[in-house]
Design a protein around this ligand. Structure first.
Ligand code: HEC
Length: 321
């Protein structure tokens, strides 16, 4: 395992994967990357046109809120996890969807029954792999605290171990580790909306990206590594929109341009350029136009349940078992 991986290289890989998805549209890969880790008989429309609602309380205290927002974005960022998991596109959220569990998670070689995962698997980790296939149910992190195994105070150590040992990631910046623990602590059954699921929309993914960039702006001067990761979080959200518009060149061109702007801003933040935070704010403001363009093409995109059904009937290989 190459332990000198650089995030920039990984991000380039993500961008290339996105381009590859377009160029190889005729191959048998599923149209959405996350379709590689669901059971063959899953209801694709339920799993991909909707998602669980998030049970999150964001406090009014600005510093506490900022920490939770940093954690929320990191939770959704594949580059946070290293090695195979990051390359496959897995983030914390792949298993803990919207901070809950994921009854539809079945990663080839890493799961037993749907909804389980083996997080001590050599596939993901060169350090902690125990050579034993022992998948465990993925816990709902929004569940009652007393039903969770890890005490609130133990969360930073537990999450550090997860990232560095189970997933081979780099030790995250301190603010990101603290943020992840604060995010998990801010999830609770009391905060669950009435509806258990909601439609997955381009606006929601863009909102996630904008929230990540707001967090990036706040720390762009004082904590560049965290800001760089927050911009990676926003770009990962754009990737998830991109793959659903693969057949629409106009929207794809806008998305790629918006992503290229974020890549440039990421470099500016990394280099400590003083105007980087203003650039991030400008990107957020301009994203309203992007959102309108995406909205106009939504009916033909894989956000639309009918389009999703058509695309998946045609392309998913037949059930083998
Ligand atoms: C491949 C799927 C997978 C990924 C990715 C994943 N988890 Fe988990 N997580 C699990 C499973 C399975 C368990 C239960 C492990 C056990 O019971 O031993 C778990 C347990 C936990 C727990 C303990 C819950 C308790 O009972 O107290 C926390 C907290 C947690 N994960 C947070 C995270 C965070 C943060 C990330 C990202 C850094 C992450 N997980 C990524 C599958 C995953």
């Amino acid at each position: 395992m190459d332990r000198r991986r650089r995030p920039a290289r990984l991000l380039a890989g993500v961008a290339l994967a996105a381009l590859g998805g377009l160029a190889l549209a005729a191959d048998t890969r599923p149209p959405l990357r996350a379709m590689s880790w669901i059971p063959h008989d899953a209801d694709l429309v339920r799993v991909f046109a909707t998602q669980p609602t998030e049970c999150l309380t964001v406090p009014t205290d600005p510093a506490a809120a900022r920490s939770i927002e940093i954690g929320r974005a990191a939770f959704r960022t594949p580059v946070l996890l290293g090695g195979q998991a990051a390359r496959a596109g897995l983030s914390c959220e792949s298993c803990h969807r919207s901070g809950r569990g994921n009854p539809d998670f079945q990663f080839p070689g890493a799961s037993g029954a749907p909804g389980t995962a083996d997080v001590t698997l050599s596939l993901f980790s060169s350090r902690r792999g125990n050579g034993v296939h022992d998948p465990k149910p993925i816990p709902d992190l929004s569940g009652p605290r007393d039903r969770l195994k890890v005490a609130s105070a133990g969360l930073p150590d537990f999450i550090h171990g997860l990232i560095v040992e189970e997933f081979d990631g780099h030790a995250p910046p301190p603010a990101v580790l603290a943020g992840l623990a604060d995010y998990v602590r801010a999830l609770s059954p009391a905060a669950c909306p009435k509806a258990a699921r909601e439609p997955t929309t381009p606006r929601q993914l863009l909102d996630d990206a904008r929230r990540a960039l707001t967090a990036a702006e706040a720390v762009a001067h004082d904590d560049r590594p965290t800001a760089v990761l927050m911009i990676a979080a926003a770009r990962a959200r754009l990737f998830l929109i991109d793959e659903r518009y693969a057949a629409q060149p106009r929207q794809i061109a806008r998305l790629r341009a918006a992503d290229a702007d974020l890549a440039a801003l990421q470099t500016q933040v990394r280099d400590g350029r003083p105007d980087a935070a203003r650039g991030l704010a400008r990107w957020r403001a301009a994203s309203a136009d992007l959102e309108a363009a995406l909205g106009a093409g939504r009916g033909a995109s894989l956000f639309d349940p009918r389009a999703l059904r058509r695309a998946t009937n045609r392309r998913l290989p037949p059930k083998t078992s």
